[in-house]
Design a protein around this ligand. Structure first.
Ligand code: 13P
Ligand code: SF4
Length: 305
């Protein structure tokens, strides 16, 4: 990457008192210029705790929105605001209200992959790093869990005493991973451990050695004595895994497990966003206030993996 591009970003970052946050699925060249790279939960904590006036959020829209909700004193900008999440778009307030009316009294757990409006209508938020711990923390047996049916099914499998009411949402990138991919990868790398994300299908999570968030995978690999790993999630995480563990080997379970939305942010767009302070991600105060409650309740629980 051109040195001058990085230098310009660094100069502007200082001038604007900005930090760059990036998700583990971002392009390598974006991860390399970020001040913090992590999973959805880590990014929420970083957004709240990092001392800065501006957050340049390199991820997808719901993540930047979550940062804006929990850091109302900071300006959050996205280098490309078109980075959405199809799963987050699979539920809206009208659908959620219908589910609530069909299960009166059941608390709502919303995956962080939702809009601020949905968070505002929920009791507590969760990420893949704490979905089981969040549902377990509720006294109720019946719990509405939205929008990811696969994360919901995985959470249900870990909590047989609960009854989760699920919605038909899913991640198109993770839904593309099938049991055949795991079987083929195991044949090719018989000594490797298989790590998969809980957004994967139940037939896939059933074949894994561990089911973890992206942050959980990074922790697991660092502590593990194994030398080889088959990775069942978006391929971008292989870069962080390899960078942090140069002596170990990583094999993506499918080359097709790529989230197009996570790839549209580039260093050039980061520079332009800092130059023009665009695009600001703002949430109306009334919605932000209610959504903040659901996110803060989750942050108090922390991680399970
Ligand atoms: P985590 O990084 O929180 O595991 O989430 C994965 C994901 O798909 C985010 O959109
Ligand atoms: Fe959404 Fe899936 Fe992309 Fe994550 S990987 S941002 S859940 S589409």
């Amino acid at each position: 990457m051109a040195g001058s591009l990085i230098e310009k970003i660094q100069e502007l970052k200082k001038e604007r008192r900005a930090v760059i946050l990036a998700h583990n699925y971002q392009r390598p060249e974006v991860q390399d210029i970020a001040d913090y790279v992590g999973d959805s939960l880590g990014l929420s904590v970083a957004a709240a705790q990092m001392k800065a006036k501006v957050i340049v959020f390199c991820g997808v829209h719901f993540m930047a929105e979550t940062a804006a909700v929990i850091s109302p004193d900071k300006t959050v900008i996205m280098p490309d605001v078109n980075a959405g999440c199809p799963m987050a778009d699979m539920i809206n307030v009208e659908k959620l209200k219908k589910i609530k009316s069909e299960h009166p009294g059941a608390p709502v757990v919303c995956y962080v992959n939702t809009t601020a409006e949905i968070k505002a209508e929920s009791d507590i938020c969760c990420t893949s790093a704490n979905a089981v711990a969040v549902v377990r923390s509720l006294p109720d047996k019946e719990v509405i869990f939205i929008p990811d049916k696969f994360l919901g099914l995985y959470t249900q499998s870990q909590l047989p005493d609960k009854k989760l009411i699920l919605h038909e949402g899913y991640c198109p990138t993770h839904a593309f991973i099938f049991p055949e991919h795991i079987k083929q990868a195991r044949q090719a790398h018989p000594d490797a451990l298989v790590l998969v994300h809980p957004e994967c299908r139940p037939e896939v999570t059933a074949l894994a050695d561990a089911v973890l968030s992206t942050g959980g995978m990074l922790k697991f690999v660092k502590r593990s004595e194994a030398a080889e790993f088959i990775i069942g999630t978006e391929a971008g995480i292989i870069y962080s895994l390899q960078k942090q563990n140069p002596e170990k080997s990583f094999y993506p379970v499918s080359e097709k497990a790529v989230c197009p939305n996570m790839k549209i942010t580039t260093p050039e767009k980061i520079l332009w966003s800092l130059e023009d302070m665009k695009t600001k991600v703002e949430v109306p105060a009334e919605i932000a206030g209610k959504a903040r409650r659901a996110i803060e309740r989750m942050l108090a629980i922390g991680r399970q993996d």
